[in-house]
Write a protein that binds this ligand. Structure first.
Ligand code: ASP
Ligand code: MG
Length: 415
């Protein structure tokens, strides 16, 4: 007998029919004797609908009232799911975050969980009940309802699993696991059996939106085995684990390819090569709350001039360009601004590259063979990212996917 926390996302509870199907699924696990805590999101589209209504009344509603509003979405799904379980003869009780004792700080709309009370939960589980908990919400020390940020039900699930020392936190969603890359870009993308927390964080922050990043960080910190699976078909999903031994049984060099075509690149040409230049360029950018991703500065000949290139989100491109022209160039006493928003970043991710040299040179060779020019490069211990022209994005992802042995076996050969 195991204790599972099972989180079902918005699509999985998107209609009454689907809620009934979730109840059937949960019943299946109960019938095998497992203890189950279910965490649910609001029905798909519901949170957006609520936010939209608020915006028709007030452009800046108070965060406290926003939380009061959006937390209702999950209250609908917990009660309906509990009813659906009763209908199948399964004992179940639903609770809001406040009722079950998910204590958070008071940072409305992006609260952090501080503590979870588990006595009542345990008592219910020991009576054989399925406990159904509203995701995404908690309560602060004053009794105000708080929410954990968009996608926060994942974090509720992982936090409950950590507090209860559950055997696994299972995130049921509309995809059947974490893929080597986005299957919409590369048809040969393959589901991973497992991936390390570190790799998942890189993949997630680079744009594969399977899980809320905070939930993955939480799972790493508290050592919660996390599994992503499909709500709609049976399958093993993908295990996300802190344990590199488990994850790297097949010792792949790289685990996945992430990409992002939502960035733009800016270059300040011919800046004087003296102390303080980098901070004079990026200071005004960060003062404007614009987040900078990659940064590259060239080596300059002694006493010479250098170039400074960085990337920002595409929506910040125009504003960044303006700040450079109007504030930075005058403060540097010269220089020229170039910008390009037709770029894409492609990254190889894998803990395997820690112990293998030559991943970068192999990557560069593959891109060269396709005639793809590399505009920027950056590396970390488990990641190599290149910036290329946006039009080459798909070609780059597909050829790297093949070159690094990530392609799934040809479907026709499987039979
Ligand atoms: N319903 C919330 C949202 O859409 C939380 C979640 O689904 O995880 O952001
Ligand atoms: Mg979600």
């Amino acid at each position: 007998m195991a204790l599972y926390v099972q989180k079902f996302g918005g699509t999985s509870v998107g209609s009454v029919e689907r809620i009934k199907a979730v109840a059937e699924k949960v019943k299946g696990f109960r019938d095998q004797g497992h203890q189950i805590v279910v965490v649910v999101s609001a029905m798909s589209g519901e949170t957006n609908r609520l936010i939209e209504m608020a915006s028709q009344i007030n452009e800046e509603p108070t965060p406290r009232e926003m939380d009061m509003l959006v937390s209702t979405g999950e209250q609908v799904t917990i009660s309906l799911l509990a009813m659906a379980l009763h209908q199948l003869g399964v004992k179940a009780t639903s609770y809001t975050g406040a009722q079950i004792g998910i204590r958070t700080d008071s940072a409305h709309t992006r609260a952090r969980i501080q503590q979870i009370e588990t006595d009542e939960l345990r008592a219910d589980l020991d009576e054989g009940k399925v406990v159904v908990v509203a995701g995404f919400q908690g309560v602060d020390s004053e009794g105000n309802i708080t929410t954990l940020g968009r996608g926060g039900s994942d974090t509720t699930g992982v936090a409950l699993a950590a507090a209860l020392k559950a055997d696994e936190c299972q995130i049921y969603t509309d995809v059947d696991g974490v893929y080597t890359t986005d299957p919409r870009v590369c048809a040969k993308a393959r589901r991973l059996e497992s991936i390390t927390v570190e790799e998942m964080l890189e993949m997630a922050s680079l744009g594969s939106k399977v899980l809320q990043i905070r939930a993955v960080e939480f799972a790493g910190k508290y050592n919660v085995p996390l599994r992503v699976l499909s709500s709609f078909e049976d399958g093993p999903g993908t295990l996300i684990t802190a344990d590199e031994e488990i994850s790297n049984m097949e010792e792949p060099l790289i685990s996945g390819i992430a990409f992002n075509n939502n960035e733009a690149k800016l270059t300040v040409l011919s800046t004087p090569d003296v102390p303080g230049v980098a901070s004079r360029i990026l200071g005004p950018i960060s003062d404007a709350n614009i987040e900078v991703d990659m940064i590259v500065q060239n080596v300059a000949p002694t006493g010479g001039y250098t170039d400074f290139t960085f990337t920002v989100a595409k929506n910040d491109f125009r504003q960044t360009q303006r700040i450079l022209q109007e504030q930075v160039i005058p403060s540097l006493g010269g220089g020229e601004v170039r910008g390009d928003d037709k770029i894409a970043k492609v990254s190889l991710v894998g803990v395997g590259m820690r112990s293998h040299a030559g991943v970068a040179s192999r990557m560069f060779r593959v891109l060269a063979d396709e005639g793809i020019n590399i505009r920027m490069v950056s590396t970390s211990e488990i990641k190599i990212s290149v910036v290329i022209d946006e039009k080459f994005l798909e070609l780059a992802v597909r050829s790297l996917h093949t070159a690094f042995g990530l392609d799934k076996a040809d479907v026709s050969e499987e039979h």
